[in-house]
Design a protein around this ligand. Structure first.
Ligand code: ZN
Ligand code: ZN
Ligand code: ZN
Length: 333
């Protein structure tokens, strides 16, 4: 029997299909291969191929936009939204529009072309996450922005156009729909129970254990109860906090360790799959609050979204989260 499951945060239903039950080897796995690229704009020594850097880490010093860096943040060469201009919102009858104000930045995570978050040291991953935090702190000073999304596409199938390991940051003049759904759901839960729904999920799942994958003193990695996709994994801070950019150093370090570990396990059992990674945090305008809880979502790209999903918003997931977390738990070491 298949099972319909409801996500306790958004109220979204998914179908966990036991009829089409899939173990890691049943997926047509597409491994991400990093092939050399002499014209890669993100490689050390190719600084002139990107717009001038916004932020860089150079342990050994050196001028901006010169080789010898550990990490660089640069504006996206082909931004989906632009920083320049004033925000102008207009309505044409029913239709609402605004000009494309925003910011679109790229975090080049390593100077080395052949590395990935799964192969980098914990310290290097921590540096990436800390740079993300710093960029959000800076961008949120701009009052035109309502939301800042941090995400990563790993591999062609996950939408990446450059192989060299990087993440992206987009500042938006609106709060996106997916986030709004989570925020609204979390607020509704809080109004009834006076507790954060994410904290409740963590408490229940830590006690239950079936969907836990790994944990540190500060963070926990688990499969959500109603995942849209096979092997969808969330990493949450165990201590309640609404905004990612307020996370203390120790939690960022802990997240780096757990994320590296999770990606290595996924690499092992799912053969270096393409994946998307994103950070969900409370909207910028919301004060630090009790009901929303920032988290990371990692979604390996193992299945394709098809007509039924488009038509209904119902996702059919062929791997139960209990099974996926067990596979990832056992993949340790
Ligand atoms: Zn490169
Ligand atoms: Zn919480
Ligand atoms: Zn989320």
């Amino acid at each position: 029997m298949s099972e319909l499951r409801k996500d306790p945060i958004t109220g979204r239903w998914v179908i966990v299909s036991t009829e089409r039950r899939k173990r890691p080897n049943d997926f047509r796995l597409e491994s991400v291969e990093i092939t050399p690229d002499p014209s890669c704009p993100f490689c050390d020594g190719h600084e002139s191929m990107t717009p001038p850097e916004i932020l860089a880490i150079r342990r050994h010093g050196g001028p901006p936009n010169s080789p010898g860096w550990d990490l660089r943040v640069v504006p996206n060469q082909f931004p989906v939204l632009r920083v320049e201009g004033t925000l102008d919102r207009q309505a044409e009858g029913l239709f609402d529009k605004m000009n494309g104000i925003g910011a679109h930045e790229v975090i080049i995570e390593t100077p080395r072309h052949d590395e990935s978050l799964a192969t980098m040291s914990d310290g290097a991953v921590e540096q990436v996450l800390w740079a993300c935090r710093e960029r959000v702190q800076d961008l949120k000073q701009d009052r035109r922005f309502r939301y800042i999304i941090i995400f990563k596409n790993h591999g062609d199938a996950a939408g990446s156009s450059v192989r060299h390991s990087h993440s992206q940051i987009i500042a938006l003049p609106i709060v996106p729909r997916e986030v709004r759904d989570e925020v609204d759901g979390a607020r509704a839960h809080y109004e009834v129970k006076e507790r954060c729904v994410f904290c409740d999920v963590i408490r229940q799942d830590m006690a239950d254990g079936r969907r836990l994958i790994a944990e540190t003193a500060d963070m926990v990695a688990m499969a959500p109860y109603a995942p849209r996709f096979p092997f969808e994994t969330w990493i949450l801070p165990r201590r309640h906090q609404s905004h990612f950019e307020d996370a203390p150093r120790q939690e960022i370090a802990s997240l780096a360790r757990l994320l590296g570990e999770l990606l290595r396990r996924m690499t092992r059992v799912l053969r270096n799959p393409p994946y998307n990674l994103l950070i969900h945090s409370a909207p910028l305008a919301e004060p630090a609050g009790d009901y929303y809880h920032w988290h990371v979502e990692v979604i390996p790209k193992l299945t394709k979204v098809a007509g039924f999903e488009w038509a209904t918003g119902f996702y059919v997931n062929p791997t139960s989260p209990e099974e996926a977390s067990q596979v990832l738990r056992d993949a340790r070491g």
